[in-house]
Design a binder for this molecule. Sequence first.
Ligand SMILES: Cc1ncc(COP(=O)(O)O)c(C=O)c1O
Length: 451
Amino acid sequence: MSSTTQSHASLVEFGQKHVTKGLGRVVEAVITKGQGSYVTLGDGREMLDFTCGIGVTNFGHCHPKISKAAADQCMSLVHGQCSIGFHGPYLELIQKLLPMMPHPSLDSFFFWNSGSEAIEASIKMARTFTGRQNIITMQGAYHGRTYGAMAVTKSKTIYSEGTNPLMPGVFTLPFPYWHQLGLPADTPSEKLSEMCLHQLSLLLSQATAPTDTAAIIVETVLGEGGYVPTPPAFLRGLREVCDKHGIMLIIDEVQCGYGRTGKHYAIEYSGVRPDIMITAKGLANGFPLSGVISSKGLTDKLKPGSMGGTYAGNAVACAAAVASAEVMKEENILENVNARSKELFAALNALRANPKVAPVILDVRGQGLMVAVEFASPVGTGPYDAFRDASAPAKLASRVAKKCVEKGLLILTTSVYEVIRFIPALNISQADLAKGCAIFAEAVEEVVKEG
Ligand SMILES: Cc1ncc(COP(=O)(O)O)c(C=O)c1O
């Protein structure tokens, strides 16, 4: 049965019946086409896409060069299994990525399919490298939905609710995010960092001895936890503690990496050296591919056969990633990110200055094209939430996102707070960015007016 012979409504109904209820969806629709910053839905609607499939189609949907590279690769070698031999696109991709690494010590690569798998690999590697078990993760972190990744995920209970026990040996550190710490949004990031680094020294003397601690894992920009850039001072503090105690610093750049923040990797802003870095999402512009990158001195400790995976580093995905790396350079993607970022911040700050909506906007933050607006909430996260505001309209973020969809813009919320995130394509045009910002502003005004 071809989907083209069935009505859109009947296909949606079929999906609702037979696709697991465990999936949430922004639109009850079939996505039939993607082109640049736009997707087409089965009912004919053309949507401006500020989700990029959650930060994946970063060079635009079906970028001609990238899609062609994948199609060509399909005609020569689809599956060159990584435990059988090398394949060309795998090696070529490493050649492309090496000059983009935030530190020259990152010279040993393993490619897998998803971010979660790469996180699993990083935990296994850190335990092997140190001979220790415990992992310190951040309050508000998101690292994935497989068991190890779920254990170090602390952004929402939905990801693990009812499915414990998770991987043992995980300890949670407060993260320098004003809302989680109950401090005003304009608290200097150095102060927040200092508080959390103090908590880290307590954790290492009260809960997990340094000699039992294999790794500290941190996103360079907290993603599913609210789009909060990790302060450089905090990252530098983590590096110092790791150096002092021989702990591995795992930097998760799954969502914030590969150009998203205006540098190849967001960790470059701090100058901090990761022991292990994870990259995924935008790496192959939609083809499943993740990377676990470390130094040869460390990865030489791994026994051959201890790493692997049937589809790990698939040749078609790697060919798409090689083309993506070329696009990054040829199309001056980082320049576009930085130029569009200024415009995005200007538009959101102008909205914040609008007296009709100003009282409900708590924060505009982010880096590059990974930007968020946080709204006030009448309930907050409970009675002790310092930012509970009884006068704020309820569920602002999800209502604004829904209104944006009605107006032709796909956009996502994030975190347990009322946060909308902006992750447009890294090569979005000035006109499309302005169009999306105008739709968003209109949606906010309307929802606030509705009360
Ligand atoms: C920071 C971060 N780490 C890990 C993951 C997990 O990646 P995946 O969904 O590809 O398993 C995600 C996914 O959103 C992420 O944002």
